[in-house]
Design a protein around this ligand. Structure first.
Ligand SMILES: Cc1ncc(COP(=O)(O)O)c(C=O)c1O
Length: 460
Protein backbone atom coordinates (compact mmCIF):
# COMPACT_ATOMS: atom_id res chain seq x y z
CA UNK A 1 0.00 0.00 0.00
CA UNK A 2 1.29 3.47 -0.92
CA UNK A 3 -0.61 5.47 1.67
CA UNK A 4 0.70 6.14 5.14
CA UNK A 5 -2.73 7.18 6.42
CA UNK A 6 -4.92 4.29 7.46
CA UNK A 7 -8.49 5.41 7.07
CA UNK A 8 -11.51 4.08 8.97
CA UNK A 9 -12.69 1.33 6.57
CA UNK A 10 -16.34 2.41 6.83
CA UNK A 11 -18.55 5.42 6.15
CA UNK A 12 -20.78 6.96 8.79
CA UNK A 13 -24.50 6.49 8.12
CA UNK A 14 -25.95 7.55 11.46
CA UNK A 15 -24.55 9.93 14.07
CA UNK A 16 -24.92 10.29 17.79
CA UNK A 17 -24.46 13.78 19.27
CA UNK A 18 -21.68 14.34 21.77
CA UNK A 19 -22.63 16.93 24.41
CA UNK A 20 -19.76 19.35 24.80
CA UNK A 21 -18.95 20.56 28.32
CA UNK A 22 -16.65 23.15 29.88
CA UNK A 23 -13.94 22.44 32.42
CA UNK A 24 -15.92 24.35 35.04
CA UNK A 25 -18.96 22.11 34.47
CA UNK A 26 -16.80 19.02 34.58
CA UNK A 27 -15.33 20.04 37.94
CA UNK A 28 -18.88 20.02 39.33
CA UNK A 29 -19.90 16.77 37.60
CA UNK A 30 -16.83 14.98 38.92
CA UNK A 31 -17.44 16.15 42.48
CA UNK A 32 -21.08 15.02 42.23
CA UNK A 33 -19.84 11.61 41.01
CA UNK A 34 -17.59 11.31 44.10
CA UNK A 35 -14.52 11.39 41.81
CA UNK A 36 -15.50 8.03 40.34
CA UNK A 37 -16.14 8.33 36.57
CA UNK A 38 -18.22 5.10 36.70
CA UNK A 39 -20.81 7.27 38.46
CA UNK A 40 -20.93 9.94 35.72
CA UNK A 41 -23.88 10.18 33.36
CA UNK A 42 -22.69 9.42 29.83
CA UNK A 43 -23.99 12.72 28.41
CA UNK A 44 -21.41 14.45 30.61
CA UNK A 45 -18.61 12.60 28.84
CA UNK A 46 -17.03 13.80 25.58
CA UNK A 47 -14.88 10.80 24.70
CA UNK A 48 -15.86 7.58 26.43
CA UNK A 49 -12.87 5.29 26.81
CA UNK A 50 -14.26 3.57 29.90
CA UNK A 51 -14.54 0.28 28.08
CA UNK A 52 -14.49 -1.38 24.69
CA UNK A 53 -17.15 -3.77 26.00
CA UNK A 54 -20.60 -3.49 24.45
CA UNK A 55 -19.73 -0.10 22.99
CA UNK A 56 -19.12 -1.11 19.35
CA UNK A 57 -20.94 0.51 16.46
CA UNK A 58 -22.79 -2.20 14.57
CA UNK A 59 -22.68 -2.44 10.79
CA UNK A 60 -25.54 -2.00 8.32
CA UNK A 61 -25.50 -5.80 7.95
CA UNK A 62 -25.90 -6.28 11.69
CA UNK A 63 -28.74 -3.75 11.88
CA UNK A 64 -30.42 -5.49 8.96
CA UNK A 65 -30.03 -8.76 10.88
CA UNK A 66 -31.74 -7.17 13.87
CA UNK A 67 -34.85 -6.64 11.76
CA UNK A 68 -34.74 -10.33 10.82
CA UNK A 69 -34.39 -11.58 14.41
CA UNK A 70 -36.56 -14.61 15.09
CA UNK A 71 -37.98 -14.17 18.59
CA UNK A 72 -39.38 -17.71 18.94
CA UNK A 73 -38.89 -19.10 22.43
CA UNK A 74 -37.46 -22.41 21.19
CA UNK A 75 -35.44 -23.33 18.12
CA UNK A 76 -35.33 -19.82 16.65
CA UNK A 77 -33.77 -19.34 13.21
CA UNK A 78 -31.50 -16.69 14.71
CA UNK A 79 -30.21 -19.20 17.25
CA UNK A 80 -29.34 -21.61 14.44
CA UNK A 81 -27.35 -18.82 12.75
CA UNK A 82 -25.50 -17.89 15.92
CA UNK A 83 -24.80 -21.53 16.73
CA UNK A 84 -23.49 -22.20 13.21
CA UNK A 85 -21.25 -19.11 13.31
CA UNK A 86 -19.76 -20.16 16.66
CA UNK A 87 -19.42 -23.80 15.68
CA UNK A 88 -17.71 -22.87 12.43
CA UNK A 89 -15.24 -20.61 14.22
CA UNK A 90 -14.50 -22.62 17.36
CA UNK A 91 -15.13 -26.20 16.25
CA UNK A 92 -16.76 -26.96 19.63
CA UNK A 93 -19.92 -29.10 19.41
CA UNK A 94 -21.82 -27.75 22.46
CA UNK A 95 -22.76 -24.10 22.41
CA UNK A 96 -24.56 -22.30 25.22
CA UNK A 97 -25.83 -18.72 24.77
CA UNK A 98 -25.71 -16.25 27.67
CA UNK A 99 -26.59 -12.60 28.01
CA UNK A 100 -22.94 -11.63 28.54
CA UNK A 101 -19.55 -13.07 29.43
CA UNK A 102 -19.92 -13.08 33.20
CA UNK A 103 -23.15 -15.10 33.00
CA UNK A 104 -21.17 -17.83 31.22
CA UNK A 105 -18.46 -17.51 33.89
CA UNK A 106 -20.98 -17.76 36.68
CA UNK A 107 -22.54 -20.94 35.26
CA UNK A 108 -19.28 -22.67 34.41
CA UNK A 109 -17.50 -21.81 37.65
CA UNK A 110 -20.49 -22.82 39.76
CA UNK A 111 -19.97 -26.21 38.18
CA UNK A 112 -16.19 -26.50 38.07
CA UNK A 113 -15.43 -24.34 41.10
CA UNK A 114 -16.22 -24.50 44.82
CA UNK A 115 -14.28 -24.73 48.06
CA UNK A 116 -10.77 -26.19 47.61
CA UNK A 117 -10.63 -25.71 43.84
CA UNK A 118 -7.95 -23.63 42.14
CA UNK A 119 -8.10 -21.86 38.76
CA UNK A 120 -4.96 -20.71 36.99
CA UNK A 121 -4.86 -18.00 34.33
CA UNK A 122 -2.33 -15.69 32.70
CA UNK A 123 -4.35 -12.91 34.39
CA UNK A 124 -7.93 -13.44 35.54
CA UNK A 125 -10.20 -10.64 34.40
CA UNK A 126 -11.99 -9.01 37.36
CA UNK A 127 -15.40 -10.65 36.76
CA UNK A 128 -13.69 -14.00 36.13
CA UNK A 129 -11.83 -13.77 39.40
CA UNK A 130 -14.97 -12.61 41.22
CA UNK A 131 -17.04 -15.51 39.90
CA UNK A 132 -14.33 -18.02 40.80
CA UNK A 133 -13.87 -16.60 44.30
CA UNK A 134 -17.63 -16.33 44.81
CA UNK A 135 -17.86 -20.10 44.21
CA UNK A 136 -15.36 -20.56 47.08
CA UNK A 137 -12.44 -21.40 44.78
CA UNK A 138 -9.09 -19.65 44.43
CA UNK A 139 -7.85 -17.75 41.36
CA UNK A 140 -4.09 -17.62 40.66
CA UNK A 141 -2.40 -15.49 37.98
CA UNK A 142 0.71 -16.81 36.21
CA UNK A 143 1.62 -14.30 33.52
CA UNK A 144 5.27 -14.20 32.38
CA UNK A 145 7.50 -11.70 34.25
CA UNK A 146 7.69 -9.41 31.16
CA UNK A 147 3.90 -9.04 31.42
CA UNK A 148 4.34 -7.16 34.68
CA UNK A 149 6.91 -4.68 33.40
CA UNK A 150 5.13 -1.81 31.61
CA UNK A 151 8.26 -0.76 29.72
CA UNK A 152 9.18 -4.24 28.42
CA UNK A 153 8.63 -4.50 24.65
CA UNK A 154 8.37 -8.31 24.58
CA UNK A 155 5.93 -9.14 21.73
CA UNK A 156 3.70 -11.56 23.65
CA UNK A 157 3.43 -10.12 27.14
CA UNK A 158 0.13 -11.93 27.71
CA UNK A 159 1.84 -15.34 27.71
CA UNK A 160 1.41 -17.77 30.57
CA UNK A 161 4.57 -18.56 32.54
CA UNK A 162 4.72 -22.28 31.75
CA UNK A 163 7.19 -23.15 34.50
CA UNK A 164 5.18 -21.31 37.16
CA UNK A 165 2.00 -22.91 35.79
CA UNK A 166 3.44 -26.41 36.18
CA UNK A 167 4.71 -25.67 39.69
CA UNK A 168 1.33 -24.21 40.66
CA UNK A 169 -0.43 -27.33 39.38
CA UNK A 170 1.95 -29.58 41.37
CA UNK A 171 1.72 -27.48 44.54
CA UNK A 172 -2.06 -27.50 44.56
CA UNK A 173 -2.56 -31.08 43.36
CA UNK A 174 -3.93 -31.98 39.93
CA UNK A 175 -7.28 -33.09 41.37
CA UNK A 176 -7.84 -29.59 42.82
CA UNK A 177 -7.34 -27.63 39.62
CA UNK A 178 -10.74 -26.50 38.36
CA UNK A 179 -9.34 -25.35 35.01
CA UNK A 180 -6.54 -23.43 33.37
CA UNK A 181 -7.85 -20.30 31.63
CA UNK A 182 -5.88 -18.53 28.92
CA UNK A 183 -7.22 -15.02 28.35
CA UNK A 184 -6.62 -13.71 24.81
CA UNK A 185 -5.71 -10.91 24.67
CA UNK A 186 -4.81 -10.47 28.32
CA UNK A 187 -7.12 -7.60 29.30
CA UNK A 188 -6.05 -7.02 32.90
CA UNK A 189 -2.40 -7.43 31.95
CA UNK A 190 -2.47 -4.54 29.46
CA UNK A 191 -4.40 -6.05 26.53
CA UNK A 192 -1.28 -7.93 25.53
CA UNK A 193 -1.40 -10.88 23.13
CA UNK A 194 -0.68 -14.56 23.74
CA UNK A 195 1.38 -16.47 21.17
CA UNK A 196 0.26 -19.70 19.55
CA UNK A 197 3.44 -21.30 20.84
CA UNK A 198 2.39 -20.43 24.38
CA UNK A 199 -1.17 -21.67 23.80
CA UNK A 200 0.31 -24.97 22.60
CA UNK A 201 2.55 -25.23 25.65
CA UNK A 202 -0.44 -24.64 27.95
CA UNK A 203 -2.39 -27.32 26.11
CA UNK A 204 0.51 -29.78 26.46
CA UNK A 205 0.68 -29.26 30.21
CA UNK A 206 -3.08 -29.51 30.67
CA UNK A 207 -3.09 -32.74 28.67
CA UNK A 208 -0.20 -34.13 30.71
CA UNK A 209 -2.05 -33.50 33.98
CA UNK A 210 -5.58 -34.17 32.69
CA UNK A 211 -6.76 -30.61 33.42
CA UNK A 212 -9.50 -28.70 31.60
CA UNK A 213 -8.06 -25.98 29.37
CA UNK A 214 -10.33 -23.01 28.63
CA UNK A 215 -9.88 -19.95 26.46
CA UNK A 216 -11.36 -16.63 27.50
CA UNK A 217 -11.63 -15.57 23.87
CA UNK A 218 -13.47 -12.26 23.90
CA UNK A 219 -10.65 -10.61 21.93
CA UNK A 220 -9.59 -13.60 19.84
CA UNK A 221 -9.60 -11.69 16.52
CA UNK A 222 -7.31 -8.97 17.89
CA UNK A 223 -5.04 -11.65 19.34
CA UNK A 224 -4.93 -13.40 15.95
CA UNK A 225 -3.82 -10.16 14.30
CA UNK A 226 -0.82 -9.99 16.63
CA UNK A 227 0.06 -13.63 15.98
CA UNK A 228 -0.05 -13.05 12.20
CA UNK A 229 2.23 -10.03 12.53
CA UNK A 230 4.60 -11.16 15.27
CA UNK A 231 4.93 -14.95 15.16
CA UNK A 232 7.11 -16.07 12.27
CA UNK A 233 5.26 -19.33 11.57
CA UNK A 234 1.95 -17.49 11.08
CA UNK A 235 3.05 -14.64 8.80
CA UNK A 236 0.52 -14.23 6.02
CA UNK A 237 -2.02 -16.67 7.49
CA UNK A 238 -5.63 -15.57 7.68
CA UNK A 239 -6.72 -14.17 11.03
CA UNK A 240 -9.68 -16.50 11.09
CA UNK A 241 -7.54 -19.61 10.52
CA UNK A 242 -5.25 -18.53 13.34
CA UNK A 243 -8.25 -18.15 15.66
CA UNK A 244 -9.53 -21.58 14.61
CA UNK A 245 -6.19 -23.15 15.42
CA UNK A 246 -6.14 -21.52 18.83
CA UNK A 247 -9.62 -22.84 19.61
CA UNK A 248 -8.64 -26.32 18.42
CA UNK A 249 -6.11 -26.55 21.25
CA UNK A 250 -8.64 -25.90 24.04
CA UNK A 251 -11.41 -27.89 25.72
CA UNK A 252 -13.81 -24.99 25.64
CA UNK A 253 -14.21 -21.27 25.60
CA UNK A 254 -16.07 -18.46 27.25
CA UNK A 255 -16.68 -15.38 25.16
CA UNK A 256 -18.17 -12.03 25.98
CA UNK A 257 -19.61 -11.16 22.55
CA UNK A 258 -19.51 -7.49 23.58
CA UNK A 259 -15.94 -7.27 22.32
CA UNK A 260 -14.88 -9.11 19.17
CA UNK A 261 -18.40 -10.13 18.14
CA UNK A 262 -19.03 -6.39 17.64
CA UNK A 263 -22.35 -6.29 19.49
CA UNK A 264 -23.72 -4.33 22.43
CA UNK A 265 -24.88 -7.34 24.42
CA UNK A 266 -24.25 -11.08 24.39
CA UNK A 267 -21.99 -13.95 25.26
CA UNK A 268 -21.62 -17.71 25.11
CA UNK A 269 -19.81 -20.82 26.19
CA UNK A 270 -18.65 -23.43 23.69
CA UNK A 271 -17.50 -26.80 25.03
CA UNK A 272 -16.10 -30.16 23.97
CA UNK A 273 -17.43 -32.22 26.84
CA UNK A 274 -21.08 -33.29 26.67
CA UNK A 275 -21.51 -33.93 30.37
CA UNK A 276 -20.22 -30.48 31.38
CA UNK A 277 -22.31 -28.90 28.63
CA UNK A 278 -25.45 -30.73 29.81
CA UNK A 279 -24.92 -29.60 33.39
CA UNK A 280 -24.27 -26.03 32.24
CA UNK A 281 -27.48 -26.13 30.20
CA UNK A 282 -29.44 -27.12 33.29
CA UNK A 283 -28.05 -24.13 35.15
CA UNK A 284 -28.60 -21.93 32.10
CA UNK A 285 -32.29 -22.73 32.08
CA UNK A 286 -32.59 -21.80 35.77
CA UNK A 287 -30.56 -18.60 35.52
CA UNK A 288 -30.65 -17.26 31.97
CA UNK A 289 -33.30 -18.83 29.77
CA UNK A 290 -34.00 -21.77 27.49
CA UNK A 291 -31.09 -23.52 25.75
CA UNK A 292 -31.74 -21.88 22.38
CA UNK A 293 -31.57 -18.28 23.55
CA UNK A 294 -29.98 -18.12 27.04
CA UNK A 295 -30.33 -14.49 28.02
CA UNK A 296 -30.54 -13.21 24.45
CA UNK A 297 -33.24 -12.05 22.10
CA UNK A 298 -33.37 -13.38 18.53
CA UNK A 299 -32.12 -10.06 17.17
CA UNK A 300 -29.07 -10.12 19.47
CA UNK A 301 -28.22 -13.57 18.14
CA UNK A 302 -28.45 -12.39 14.52
CA UNK A 303 -26.09 -9.51 15.26
CA UNK A 304 -23.59 -11.83 16.99
CA UNK A 305 -23.59 -14.27 14.05
CA UNK A 306 -22.78 -11.43 11.64
CA UNK A 307 -20.30 -9.71 13.98
CA UNK A 308 -18.24 -12.88 14.35
CA UNK A 309 -17.76 -12.86 10.56
CA UNK A 310 -17.04 -9.15 10.20
CA UNK A 311 -14.45 -8.94 12.93
CA UNK A 312 -11.99 -11.08 10.94
CA UNK A 313 -12.09 -8.74 7.94
CA UNK A 314 -8.45 -7.88 7.30
CA UNK A 315 -9.03 -4.17 6.63
CA UNK A 316 -11.09 -3.84 9.79
CA UNK A 317 -8.48 -5.55 11.97
CA UNK A 318 -5.65 -3.54 10.42
CA UNK A 319 -7.49 -0.27 11.10
CA UNK A 320 -8.45 -1.43 14.59
CA UNK A 321 -4.97 -2.35 15.77
CA UNK A 322 -3.23 0.51 13.95
CA UNK A 323 -5.56 3.15 15.41
CA UNK A 324 -4.96 1.89 18.94
CA UNK A 325 -1.23 1.92 18.21
CA UNK A 326 -1.49 5.47 16.78
CA UNK A 327 -2.80 6.74 20.11
CA UNK A 328 -0.17 4.82 22.08
CA UNK A 329 2.76 5.89 19.90
CA UNK A 330 1.75 9.54 20.05
CA UNK A 331 1.47 9.45 23.84
CA UNK A 332 4.82 7.69 24.09
CA UNK A 333 6.45 10.31 21.86
CA UNK A 334 5.09 13.02 24.21
CA UNK A 335 6.83 11.33 27.13
CA UNK A 336 3.75 9.73 28.66
CA UNK A 337 4.76 6.38 30.16
CA UNK A 338 2.60 3.67 28.58
CA UNK A 339 2.58 -0.10 28.53
CA UNK A 340 4.53 -1.19 25.47
CA UNK A 341 4.09 -2.57 22.94
CA UNK A 342 0.59 -1.11 22.62
CA UNK A 343 -2.10 -3.76 23.09
CA UNK A 344 -5.12 -4.45 20.91
CA UNK A 345 -8.13 -2.77 22.43
CA UNK A 346 -6.63 -0.17 24.71
CA UNK A 347 -3.70 1.99 25.64
CA UNK A 348 -2.56 1.58 29.23
CA UNK A 349 -0.82 4.47 30.93
CA UNK A 350 1.58 3.77 33.78
CA UNK A 351 0.18 6.24 36.32
CA UNK A 352 2.77 5.37 38.95
CA UNK A 353 5.58 6.41 36.60
CA UNK A 354 3.65 9.52 35.49
CA UNK A 355 2.69 10.84 38.93
CA UNK A 356 5.83 10.04 40.90
CA UNK A 357 4.69 12.48 43.62
CA UNK A 358 1.50 10.50 44.39
CA UNK A 359 2.13 7.41 46.56
CA UNK A 360 0.40 4.14 45.68
CA UNK A 361 -1.92 4.32 48.70
CA UNK A 362 -3.21 7.64 47.30
CA UNK A 363 -4.12 5.94 44.01
CA UNK A 364 -2.14 7.69 41.23
CA UNK A 365 -4.32 5.91 38.63
CA UNK A 366 -7.48 7.46 40.05
CA UNK A 367 -5.77 10.85 39.97
CA UNK A 368 -5.01 10.48 36.26
CA UNK A 369 -8.54 9.28 35.49
CA UNK A 370 -9.92 12.42 37.14
CA UNK A 371 -7.45 14.77 35.42
CA UNK A 372 -8.32 13.35 31.98
CA UNK A 373 -11.96 13.99 32.66
CA UNK A 374 -11.37 17.50 33.97
CA UNK A 375 -9.15 18.62 31.09
CA UNK A 376 -10.93 16.91 28.21
CA UNK A 377 -14.12 15.19 29.33
CA UNK A 378 -12.39 11.87 28.65
CA UNK A 379 -13.62 8.91 30.67
CA UNK A 380 -11.06 6.19 31.38
CA UNK A 381 -10.65 3.56 34.08
CA UNK A 382 -8.11 2.87 36.79
CA UNK A 383 -6.64 -0.63 36.64
CA UNK A 384 -4.49 -0.63 39.73
CA UNK A 385 -4.91 -0.59 43.47
CA UNK A 386 -8.47 0.75 43.34
CA UNK A 387 -9.50 -2.23 41.21
CA UNK A 388 -7.25 -4.94 42.62
CA UNK A 389 -5.92 -3.61 45.95
CA UNK A 390 -6.65 -5.57 49.11
CA UNK A 391 -6.19 -4.83 52.81
CA UNK A 392 -3.99 -6.64 55.30
CA UNK A 393 -5.15 -7.52 58.83
CA UNK A 394 -4.29 -3.99 60.00
CA UNK A 395 -6.27 -2.32 57.25
CA UNK A 396 -3.20 -1.28 55.27
CA UNK A 397 -3.38 -1.39 51.50
CA UNK A 398 -1.77 -4.35 49.72
CA UNK A 399 -1.26 -2.66 46.37
CA UNK A 400 -1.83 -4.17 42.93
CA UNK A 401 1.17 -5.17 40.79
CA UNK A 402 0.78 -2.07 38.60
CA UNK A 403 -1.00 1.29 38.73
CA UNK A 404 -2.43 1.60 35.24
CA UNK A 405 -5.07 3.72 33.58
CA UNK A 406 -6.84 2.10 30.66
CA UNK A 407 -8.03 4.03 27.64
CA UNK A 408 -10.23 1.39 26.04
CA UNK A 409 -11.26 2.19 22.51
CA UNK A 410 -14.78 1.27 21.38
CA UNK A 411 -14.83 -0.52 18.02
CA UNK A 412 -15.74 1.54 14.93
CA UNK A 413 -16.98 4.48 17.08
CA UNK A 414 -14.37 7.24 17.10
CA UNK A 415 -12.45 8.79 14.21
CA UNK A 416 -8.88 9.98 14.05
CA UNK A 417 -9.83 13.55 15.06
CA UNK A 418 -11.32 12.18 18.29
CA UNK A 419 -8.05 10.39 18.94
CA UNK A 420 -6.08 13.58 18.16
CA UNK A 421 -8.25 15.42 20.70
CA UNK A 422 -7.32 12.81 23.32
CA UNK A 423 -3.63 13.24 22.51
CA UNK A 424 -3.98 17.03 22.90
CA UNK A 425 -5.73 16.58 26.25
CA UNK A 426 -2.77 14.55 27.49
CA UNK A 427 -0.65 17.61 26.67
CA UNK A 428 -2.72 19.70 29.12
CA UNK A 429 -2.65 16.96 31.74
CA UNK A 430 1.12 16.77 31.43
CA UNK A 431 1.41 20.56 31.74
CA UNK A 432 -0.52 20.40 35.04
CA UNK A 433 1.15 17.24 36.28
CA UNK A 434 2.51 18.71 39.52
CA UNK A 435 -0.94 20.08 40.52
CA UNK A 436 -2.59 16.63 40.53
CA UNK A 437 -3.30 15.20 43.96
CA UNK A 438 -4.11 11.76 45.28
CA UNK A 439 -7.32 10.28 46.69
CA UNK A 440 -8.69 8.49 49.70
CA UNK A 441 -11.62 6.04 49.50
CA UNK A 442 -14.59 7.17 51.59
CA UNK A 443 -16.99 4.36 50.65
CA UNK A 444 -16.48 0.90 49.14
CA UNK A 445 -18.60 -2.22 48.70
CA UNK A 446 -17.31 -5.74 49.47
CA UNK A 447 -16.86 -6.93 45.86
CA UNK A 448 -15.63 -5.11 42.72
CA UNK A 449 -15.27 -1.86 44.64
CA UNK A 450 -14.06 0.23 41.68
CA UNK A 451 -17.55 0.32 40.16
CA UNK A 452 -19.22 2.17 43.01
CA UNK A 453 -16.51 3.44 45.40
CA UNK A 454 -16.54 7.10 46.50
CA UNK A 455 -13.36 9.15 46.74
CA UNK A 456 -12.14 12.32 48.36
CA UNK A 457 -9.20 14.36 47.15
CA UNK A 458 -6.18 14.44 49.46
CA UNK A 459 -4.42 17.73 48.87
CA UNK A 460 -0.76 18.09 49.78
C1 LIG B 1 -11.17 -10.82 29.41
C2 LIG B 1 -12.60 -10.64 29.82
N1 LIG B 1 -13.29 -11.69 30.29
C3 LIG B 1 -14.58 -11.57 30.67
C4 LIG B 1 -15.25 -10.37 30.60
C5 LIG B 1 -16.67 -10.28 31.11
O1 LIG B 1 -17.56 -10.08 30.05
P1 LIG B 1 -18.94 -9.29 30.24
O2 LIG B 1 -18.62 -7.87 30.49
O3 LIG B 1 -19.66 -9.51 28.95
O4 LIG B 1 -19.67 -9.92 31.37
C6 LIG B 1 -14.57 -9.26 30.12
C7 LIG B 1 -15.26 -7.95 30.05
O5 LIG B 1 -14.70 -6.89 29.90
C8 LIG B 1 -13.21 -9.39 29.71
O6 LIG B 1 -12.50 -8.36 29.22
Amino acid sequence: MRHKTIIEPFRIKMVETIQMTTQKQRERYLKEAHYNPFLLESNKVIIDFLTDSGTSAMSDEQWAGIMRGDESYAGARSWEKMKEAIHDLTGFPYIIPTHQGRAAESILFTLLGGEGKVFISNTHFDTTRANIEYSGAQAIDCVIPEGKVPSSTYPFKGNMDIEVLENTIKENGTQNIGAVILTVTNNSGGGQPVSMENARAVQKLCKKYGIIYLLDSCRIAENSYFIAHREEEYKGQSYRDIAKEMYSLADGTIMSAKKDALVNMGGFMALKDKQIADECTNLLIIREGFATYGGLSGRDMEAIARGLEEVFNKDYLHYRIRSTTYLGENLFDMGIPIVRPVGGHAVYVDAKAFYTHIPVHRYPGQALVCELYLHGGIRSVEIGSVMFGKYDANGNLIPAAMELVRLAIPRRVYTQSHIDYVIETFGFVKEHKEDASGFRITYEPEFLRHFTAHFEQVVG
